[in-house]
Design a protein around this ligand. Structure first.
Ligand code: CTP
Ligand code: CA
Length: 235
């Protein structure tokens, strides 16, 4: 089967994509985690490589079959915790033109990690959690390199206080990333599925792109939006 040629509009560019979901240990055998598969991150990594980029995929707990979807041309850096992800992303970002934060990074980690397996006790335990570093926010406030384009992801649901877009706009303004890719989740959309609907906002919270399709199609739509920003930033 012949695939149509892909435009090499990321040739010569270095790209970092994070994907998957971080795990924060409680003890040697237990962790707090989330259900992010890393499929969107793998699709972003694969499509960037197809478009000519040199790609590093910082993969948080991504299963081997999903890593395969990133393709052989992508450098994979496996990580487990938010702090490992932070270090890997910032290290790779030092010479990257674009960083895309598609990983689901835990907002909190257990305040302490037990050296030995925790034992069951008579009373219901209470877990104390502390906030993790916001890697995306830090890429904006303390960039590892100037002229770098920073892209965030946000999975949102509507609630009593606002619609998906209301929450997404507020997040775009709060994060300060160049672009924020918003995923409407809930009702079987988003996590763990093969198709996706996205809206891309700029740092002012205005809609730049809307797209729907497979994670591969969505990934190409993201790059279609990111490439012109990279070309303006570093011609
Ligand atoms: N993110 C990050 N580091 C964290 C938390 C989030 O880099 N500790 C990044 C994610 O990779 C994503 C973006 O921030 O690109 C948005 O994540 P999200 O969870 O939607 O935003 P939060 O600011 O954590 O807000 P909330 O979870 O309260 O909606
Ligand atoms: Ca969060």
């Amino acid at each position: 089967l012949l695939e149509p040629p892909v435009e090499q509009d990321l040739r010569g560019r270095r790209v970092v994509v994070s994907g998957g979901g971080t795990r924060e240990p409680l003890d040697p055998v237990r962790f707090l985690g989330n259900r992010s598969s890393g499929r969107q991150g793998a699709a972003l990594a694969r499509t960037a490589a197809q478009r000519g980029a040199e790609v590093t995929f910082v993969a948080a707990n991504v299963a081997a079959d999903v890593l395969t979807e990133a393709g052989a041309g992508v450098q994979v850096v496996p990580v487990e915790t938010g702090e490992e992800l932070r270090r890997a992303v910032r290290g790779a970002a030092r010479d990257a033109d674009v960083v895309v934060m598609a990983a689901a990074v835990a907002d909190y980690r257990p305040a302490s990690v037990a050296d030995a397996k925790l034992k069951k006790s008579g009373d219901d335990p209470v877990l104390r959690l502390v906030e993790t570093t916001d890697v995306l926010r830090e890429l904006v406030t303390d960039p590892p390199r100037t002229d770098q384009v920073v892209v965030g992801f946000a999975a949102e649901t509507g609630d009593a206080t606002g619609t998906v877009l209301d929450h997404a706009r507020a997040k775009a303004l709060r994060k300060g990333a160049d672009l924020l890719v918003v995923n409407a989740v809930g009702d079987g959309r988003g996590f763990g599925t093969t198709t996706n609907e996205i809206t891309v906002l700029d740092r002012a919270g205005d809609v730049v792109t809307q797209a729907a399709g497979t994670k591969g199609e969505v990934a190409h739509a993201v790059w279609d939006t990111v490439v012109p920003v990279v070309d303006i930033r570093s011609p």
